[in-house]
Design a protein around this ligand. Structure first.
Ligand code: GDP
Ligand code: MG
Length: 315
């Protein structure tokens, strides 16, 4: 995190690594947090293994949530890289937030691994039992008991990322654990680079959501064009009235391309509509989104493309 110039103000500040199986609700929580609070920043994401997803800033604290690119089984260069980088991110963070789905609580291999890594690194670990709105309250107790027996969690907090229940309690707990230090980011920071990177992430998420398991981990998104416009002319973040984005979805096989495009383009349209809505929430202005699908066989093993997509070499 040396590429960040901190402000001199001293507050409770630090980095929280957020981990959890797919569908635990990490994105939902981050979306909620970034709508409740101020800034979303991602400085130089291509040179850091931390994907900074959201910053929760107030007068006395700054919590920087870092997302981890995924902890699935390493089955390719991308898989290994991602996994390596995910565990490293965990090692660097001030504390770790593990998120589980109350309907599918586990612990599975991932949750156990997070616990044992945190124990090994001496990292404080918090557990958010998400989707508490979906299960009867008494059924949370055995889940909490099971996890408490597994690891000495700093706190175990039932939440609903969807309704917001418990989220403030969770934030209070996280704040308490952070050391006194500088604000790592100026308040209200939001850069073009950030939006560009987040746009790619939102497109990728929309694709994965629509595709279910059909093209697992096989989609990479490259935002080739990110133009801020006012009356059709180049403009800045403050005076733009539209953002025009061109992105390429990379997949590994012709058959995947077919799935991504869908019958008469229907799938690509769905992905685009969903992604555009979410990107518009971020930019606060209308977005024109153009998506292309390209096959790059074995793209996950190609260094050049990996670097373009932000999975760069470690410094
Ligand atoms: P991620 O893979 O961990 O990022 O999970 P997502 O945030 O994409 O959430 C997966 C699914 O669970 C989505 O359909 C969310 O709408 C849903 N979800 C997330 N949090 C909650 C919650 O607190 N309650 C309910 N009922 N659904 C949730
Ligand atoms: Mg997600």
């Amino acid at each position: 995190m040396t590429d960040i110039s901190p402000s001199s103000e001293i507050v409770n500040s630090g980095f929280i690594s957020i981990l959890g199986r797919p569908n635990a609700g990490k994105s939902t929580l981050l979306n909620r947090l970034s709508s409740m609070h101020l800034a979303i920043v991602s400085p130089k994401p291509q040179t850091t293994r931390h994907a900074i997803r959201c910053i929760v800033d107030d007068d006395t604290s700054q919590i920087v949530f870092v997302d981890t690119p995924g902890l699935h089984k390493p089955d390719s260069k991308l898989g290994e890289k991602m996994q390596e980088s995910a565990w490293k991110a965990l090692g660097d963070a001030d504390a770790v937030l593990l998120m589980i789905d109350a309907e599918r609580p586990g612990p599975s291999v991932l949750e156990r691994e997070v616990c044992s890594r945190c124990a090994a690194y001496g990292k404080e670990l918090f557990l958010a039992v998400n989707k508490a709105d979906k299960v009867p309250k008494p059924s949370l107790l055995p889940i909490i008991a099971r996890y408490a027996a597994l690891h000495p969690f700093q706190a175990i907090i039932p939440i609903s990322a969807r309704t917001g229940d418990g989220v403030d309690v969770l934030l209070d707990e996280l704040r308490k654990t952070l050391p006194m230090g500088p604000r790592y980011f100026p308040r209200d920071t939001l850069t073009d680079q950030t939006e560009r990177v987040l746009a790619a992430e939102l497109i990728r998420e929309s694709a994965l959501r629509e595709l279910k398991e059909e093209v697992p981990h096989g989609v990479g998104v490259l935002v080739e064009r990110f133009e801020e416009l006012r009356n059709g002319e180049p403009a800045g973040e403050d005076d733009r009235d539209r953002v025009s984005i061109g992105a390429v979805l990379y997949c590994e096989k012709e058959t995947h391309k077919g799935i991504l495009i869908g019958k008469g383009g229907s799938m690509l349209k769905k992905i685009g509509t969903n992604a555009r809505t979410r990107i518009e929430e971020m930019t606060g202005c209308p977005v024109y989104l153009e998506l292309l699908v390209k096959v790059r066989e074995d793209w996950r093993n190609r260094k050049g493309i990996l670097a373009d997509l932000g999975y760069g070499e470690e410094k």
